[in-house]
Design a binder for this molecule. Structure first.
Ligand code: SF4
Length: 349
């Protein structure tokens, strides 16, 4: 008999599992309290659970929790963890401490199949979706789990390509019976798989970030192949027309590359695209890899963009880069894979 993993279950799913054994919905919540709040990975160690229920659970379930197999510490305090599932899927998670804010950046897939040209994860290939339990476990299994205040879905994989498990993980992160993290502190990032974005907006209250790279479609599609199917203009139109709840934040991630997407022409188009919307722009430094001739825009140029966006009425900030020295920054996660495919040229090259 295949045992059920408890980590990744909702309270309703767990109640369905234990109800035929004569247990209650309150018992289900108590079990999840052991998993999601106390982070106890041994069923026999669960507290405040009837003895008979513990014995039944040992027969039909496993905690589904597992520890990272490797870690690497950045000089800025970020820590990258490598996870490996029993079936051999590998993926990375980054813990990012900053003042009172402690963020875990989770992966949603092992590798990725979106093929973005600037991204190291794309060169790893695609090795499968992560289950909701494997996503949630990344937050439970880091040694700093008790301090986590924010979760960002910006690790390996395109979240909207695994939308069912991402939505389920979001509901476990936010539920009272789950980790009880505010939806305002959870952000899911996408390159713009439109059907997934639409489903995400209608079924979740968490924040959304869209990776842009260029406001010009003909440039963007050279870097982000999905632009061919779902042009960012259409996504922006959908986002603009979506009845956004007051507290949800929608933002654009704009990685700035010297002379490629940091010209005044790009700035003006960005302003035109976002004018009158409440979408925020996060300006990020580009991280080049060994085989890469491109480099990040200067801090001065990034602040020039920020200033010009702000005086045009568009909310903007320059985001601090974290963990670049351990390949933990945006677009650098490779889960320890040896990369034998070279970086692919993009944009105006
Ligand atoms: S940027 Fe995101 S969607 Fe694109 S290849 Fe990398 S992980 Fe996948």
């Amino acid at each position: 008999m295949i045992k059920k993993n408890l980590c990744g279950l909702t309270s309703d799913e767990l109640y369905d599992l234990i109800k035929p054994l004569g247990f209650t919905a309150a018992n289900a919540v108590s079990i999840l309290n052991n998993i999601y709040k106390k982070r106890i990975s041994e069923i026999s160690q669960f507290t405040k659970i009837p003895f008979r229920l513990i014995n039944e659970l040992l027969n039909i379930a496993e905690s589904g929790m597992f520890l990272p197999v490797e870690s690497e510490i950045s000089k800025d305090g970020s820590i990258k963890y490598l996870f490996r599932t029993e079936s051999g899927k590998e993926f990375e998670t980054v813990y990012i401490p900053e003042n009172k804010r402690n963020t875990v950046c989770v992966s949603t897939q092992s590798g990725c199949r979106m093929g973005c040209k600037f991204c190291v994860t794309a060169r790893v290939g695609f090795h499968g979706n992560l289950t909701a339990g494997e996503i949630v476990n990344q937050v439970l299994a880091v040694p700093q789990a008790g301090k986590v205040t924010h979760v960002v879905f910006m690790g390996m994989g395109e979240p909207m390509d695994n939308i069912e498990n991402v939505l389920k993980a979001c509901s476990i992160f936010t539920a009272e019976w789950g980790l009880a993290i505010s939806a305002r502190n959870i952000t899911v990032s996408t390159v713009g798989l439109m059907p997934g974005v639409e489903e995400f907006l209608s079924k979740s209250q968490c924040n959304l970030t869209i990776s842009l790279y260029s406001p010009f479609s003909e440039e963007r599609h050279k870097a982000i192949p999905v632009e061919n199917h779902y042009p960012v203009m259409k996504i922006m139109e959908m986002v603009r027309n979506f009845p956004v709840k007051k507290k949800r934040r929608i933002s654009i991630a704009y990685v700035m590359i010297k002379d490629l997407n940091d010209t005044d022409r790009h700035l003006n188009e960005l302003k035109a695209m976002l004018s009158g919307s409440s979408v925020r722009v996060n300006l990020l430094a580009y991280h080049s890899t060994a085989s890469d001739q491109k480099c990040s825009s200067s801090p001065e140029r990034m602040h020039y963009f920020k200033h010009n966006l702000i005086i045009s009425g568009i909310s903007a900030s320059v985001r601090k880069s974290r963990g670049a020295d351990i390949s933990a920054a945006c677009g650098l996660l490779a889960a320890g894979h040896k990369l034998n495919t070279p970086a692919v040229p993009f944009l105006s090259e």
